[in-house]
Every structure is written in structure tokens, then in C-alpha cells.
Design a protein around this ligand. Structure first.
Ligand SMILES: Nc1ncnc2c1ncn2[C@@H]1O[C@H](COP(=O)(O)OP(=O)(O)OP(=O)(O)O)[C@@H](O)[C@H]1O
Ligand SMILES: [Mg+2]
Length: 493
């Protein structure tokens, strides 16, 4: 199989987002499609997947020119587009999901359950997938759901698989499972396109790379001829300098929890955070850190134990109460929890400040716009008009708008769950600098992350969690990636 996209151009209104881009892929290889937020990666893949059409350019498979009026036609041509929001139905069994719309019937027109289960088992065996075809999709973790979705495409003879940031919300174990499945597909001659901002993953799984910048093809080559620094440089157009962790002067304890438990996800958690310090929380799958903070802010399971904000006992029943206490909380999975699809960019970016910036009965819209404008610059949000729909932004830029919303609210305590999810390498550094500047201004910042590197880079102190408990607190020399991994995996106990 050989895919060739040639001279692809696409504009949205006056905005030229792809300018004569060429891209090629052969069977049996995994190619990384790289570029900053807004570079045009998803747009190029949406064209290949039949989601949108290009203004110019051609697509050829094995030398034959083809065009797609819709995703169905692209799939029929052997192209499977695996979206982050997977298209599986939770309340059906795996085999039922695989045969939706193409059910096998016996000669009396009755569904042939056995034939479908057998066929599913055959496909799974061939791919080395260890799943029961009759298991409900609901019971699968995120990696297995991806694997099932790709298997469905394989049953329809897909020869090209597009994966647009498949690993952003997966844990380490899930990622390695998806990677080994990708290698199996590769050995079956399938060509895979892998979009990711995690450059070490790209180095691990891909054979070749193509870099887009501002809608232009910048370069492509083999992975073994580059390293992550070189890729980062091609993406942003200059060296990405990693700064050292800054040292901040911390003040009084502004947030503390003692013996907090929910009897399910976390147990006997006690910690405290001072103004002006950046404190990390990390751990692996099932560590409970996200659930812990959701609970503390009244958005998760109820807990026992006590919480104090600036020395006063509080119980928050919903995120609004947290806001009124000067706490900002950027949740994980911002696609689901952070964005209001029906609102425009500015409205999304000022959802929090809106309640604070009032002149008498009226909204101080000038101030709201100024606030947003400032964050837009700091986070280098790539966008057209403030009144454009939020959905017109690239994935990473939507994430940045959610961050902007909280930053412009000037919180005294800021909790960031997975702050750089989906953002490109350059913007990552910018966000780290913002975190550091906030701490300098006296804000207490709590960073939740599964990336040890991110914790070391941002935090002056960190709590490592394991199966719902805080195992240790690391600081100074002891706060390094090796120590974090030793505790996070439970090896240190
Ligand atoms: N439906 C749309 N309407 C208007 N503009 C759009 C639309 N879809 C994408 N764009 C614009 O096209 C540009 C490229 O976006 P695209 O989603 O392809 O970026 P990306 O490389 O996938 O970035 P990210 O890494 O953030 O996902 C962006 O400037 C974006 O705002
Ligand atoms: Mg994208």
C-alpha cells in the first residue's frame, strides 16, 4: 500500500491553514505527523479521513487518484480514522460493536451471534488481542477501547490507520499496550499515522516523521536520524531551551488536608501547601490523585476528614464555592470538562472572570477582554476572532483557552491537573514559566501530573501517591525522576 497526498491546500475563511502540503505513507511503517498547536495536523488528517474536503491537491492510493465525499467513503478506501472520542457503544458487547451495521444473519435472517463471536475471536487471535468477544465495552479501559475500535476497522480491511493524539489520556501501561498493538498492525503491512506532542513516544514507536509548521511542510526523514531536541526545533523553528526549576520563597500554609479519605479512591491523605510554592502530586494508574482533588472541590465522591483554606475549615460543595475562596482548578480531560461547545472563544476564556468583573449591574466587558487578551499573548493562543466558535480552534489551543480562563481569575491557590496535556513542546515551556511566575507572585500552585519530568521541572516539593495513599514526600536533591519512579511504582516500599 502506498499513500500519497500532493499539493494539499485548505482555507477556513481567509485563514490559509494548509499550503500545498505533501505527505506520503507506505504499508508497514509508522509515521509521526508533528507540529505546533494549530500547525494543521488534524486538518490534514480530516481531509484524508473524508471529514472535510481540501481546496486543492490530490490523494492517491497505489497510484490511483481518489476523493472522499464523507468519512464512509474514506473508510471504504481502507482508511481508518481513530478519533479521541471513540465511537464505541458502552452498553453493547465487544462483538456487537464490531458488527454494528454489518451484522451476520443466518439464512432465516436471524442474527447469528455465534458466527459473529467466532469471527471476532479469529480476528483477535490473529492480532494477539487477549479479550473476550462477549465482554461489555463498558468494562474495558481506554487502551482496550482503542484496540477494539482499530480491530473494527481491520475487519473492514483498513490498510491505513490514523491516530490523532491517541495517548494523551492514557496511563503508562495503557500506552505500552497500544504500542504493542501498533507494532502488530505494522507487521501485518498496515501503514499508521501517529500524531503526538510526546516526542519520546514518537522516538519509541515511529519509523519516519513529517513536520508541519503554520500549514507548511517543513521537513521529513527517518526517526533514527534525529533526536527529540532536533524534532522540537523543527516544530517551533528555534531551539527549545529547557530552564532549570526556579526556587521560590514560600509563605504561610494556605491549603491543607488532614486524614482525608473517601473509602474508595484515596485513603488517609494529609498534606499542606504554602503560598508561593509549587507542589507536585504524581503517581501511576490508580494512584487516586485526580479523584482526590475532584472530591476536595465538591465534584467527586464525598470524603471524611478535614480541609482548611488559609487556616479556616471549609467544605466545598461545588467548584463555584472554590472560586469564591480564591481557588482555581483546571481539571483533567478538558475536552469533556473544560469547554462549552456552544460558546465562542472569549466566552469560554472568561467563564470564571465573568462573575467577578462587574460594574454595578453590568459586566465590565472591556476589563474581561483585556484579561483575556493578556492570557492569549502569554499562552500564545493561535486563533482568529474572539467571537469565533471555540470549536474552530485546534485541540491544543482549546486547552490553552481553558487555562487562560483560570489564569485571568487571579486565583490565590491554583490546582492544575495535567497542565500540558495536548500542548506542543514550545507552549509547554511557556506554561512552566507561567507556573513559576505565579509562584513568585505568591500563588500556591499544585501540579498534578503523571510525567515525572514535568514534576521535577515545575515543583519544589512533591507527594508521590500509590494506590490511593501518599507514600512519600520528595524535596531538594531527592526530587528527581528516578526517585519519583521508585516510589510511584511501589518499588520503594
Ligand atoms: N472548523 C474550523 N473552522 C475554522 N478554523 C479551523 C477549523 N478547524 C481548524 N481550524 C484552524 O486551522 C488551523 C489548524 O488547526 P488543526 O486543528 O489542524 O491544528 P493541529 O496541528 O491539529 O493542532 P493541535 O496540536 O493543537 O491539535 C488552526 O489555526 C485552527 O484554528
Ligand atoms: Mg489537532
Amino acid at each position: 500500500m502506498n499513500l500519497r497526498m500532493t499539493g494539499i491546500s485548505k482555507s477556513f475563511g481567509a485563514n490559509l491553514v494548509l499550503d500545498k502540503v505533501s505527505f506520503s505513507l507506505s504499508g508497514g511503517e509508522i509515521i509521526a505527523l508533528l507540529g505546533e498547536n494549530g500547525a494543521g495536523k488534524s486538518t490534514l488528517m480530516n481531509i484524508l479521513g473524508g471529514v472535510i474536503s481540501s481546496d486543492e491537491g490530490t490523494i492517491e492510493i497505489d497510484g490511483k487518484e481518489i476523493s472522499f465525499a464523507n468519512p464512509r467513503e474514506s473508510l471504504d478506501a481502507g482508511i481508518a480514522f481513530i478519533h479521541q472520542e471513540l465511537n464505541l457503544i458502552n452498553d453493547l458487547a465487544i462483538y456487537e460493536n464490531l458488527f454494528i451495521g454489518r451484522e451476520i444473519r443466518n439464512r432465516w435472517g436471524v442474527l447469528d451471534k455465534k458466527a459473529m463471536i467466532d469471527k471476532t475471536r479469529e480476528v483477535f487471535d490473529g492480532m494477539g488481542i487477549d479479550l473476550d468477544p462477549e465482554a461489555m465495552v463498558r468494562t474495558l479501559d481506554a487502551s482496550y477501547k482503542q484496540i477494539v475500535e482499530i480491530s473494527r476497522a481491520m475487519m473492514m480491511d483498513a490498510r491505513i490507520v490514523i491516530m490523532d493524539e491517541p495517548t494523551t489520556s492514557l496511563t503508562e501501561t495503557e500506552i505500552s499496550r497500544v504500542f504493542s498493538f501498533m507494532r502488530t498492525l505494522k507487521s501485518h503491512g498496515v501503514g499508521l499515522i501517529f500524531i503526538s506532542h510526546k516526542l519520546n513516544e514518537v522516538m519509541e514507536i515511529c519509523d519516519r516523521y513529517t513536520v508541519l509548521r503554520d500549514g507548511h511542510m517543513i521537513s521529513s526523514g527517518t526517526i533514527d536520524s534525529v533526536d527529540t531536541d532536533a524534532l522540537a526545533k523543527m516544530m517551533v523553528g528555534h531551539d527549545v531551551v529547557e530552564e532549570k526549576r526556579a526556587v521560590h520563597k514560600s509563605g504561610d500554609i494556605v491549603f491543607s488536608a488532614s486524614s482525608v479519605s473517601d473509602g474508595k479512591y484515596f485513603n488517609d491523605i494529609s498534606f499542606s501547601v504554602r503560598s508561593g510554592e509549587v507542589v507536585g502530586f504524581t503517581g501511576l494508574l490508580g494512584d487516586g490523585r485526580s479523584e482526590l482533588f475532584l472530591s476536595l472541590f465538591g465534584a467527586g465522591t464525598p470524603y471524611s476528614g478535614s480541609v482548611e483554606v488559609s487556616g479556616k475549615p471549609v467544605t466545598m460543595h461545588n467548584p463555584q464555592e472554590a472560586v469564591s475562596l480564591g481557588i482555581g482548578y483546571v481539571p483533567r480531560n478538558r475536552k469533556e470538562n473544560g469547554i462549552v461547545k456552544d460558546l465562542d472563544i472569549l466566552e469560554n476564556g472568561s467563564l470564571v472572570t465573568m462573575g467577578m468583573r462587574k460594574k454595578g449591574l453590568f459586566l465590565d466587558s472591556k476589563r474581561i477582554e483585556e484579561d483575556f487578551e493578556k492570557e492569549k499573548k502569554e499562552l500564545s493562543i493561535k486563533m482568529g476572532n474572539e467571537t469565533d466558535p471555540i470549536t474552530s480552534l485546534s485541540g491544543g489551543n482549546q486547552q490553552k483557552v481553558v487555562l487562560a480562563k483560570w489564569l485571568s481569575a487571579d486565583p490565590r491557590i491554583l490546582i492544575l491537573d495535567n497542565p500540558t496535556q495536548g500542548v506542543d513542546v514550545g507552549a509547554k515551556e511557556e506554561i512552566y514559566t507561567i507556573i513559576s511566575d505565579l509562584a513568585d507572585k505568591g500563588v500556591a500552585v499544585i501540579v498534578l501530573s503523571s510525567e515525572a519530568h514535568e514534576i521535577v521541572r515545575t515543583s519544589s516539593r512533591c507527594y508521590v501517591m500509590y494506590h490511593g495513599r501518599i507514600l512519600t514526600e520528595l524535596e531538594g536533591e531527592g526530587l528527581n525522576e528516578q526517585e519519583i519512579m521508585r516510589w510511584a511504582t511501589g518499588a520503594a516500599i
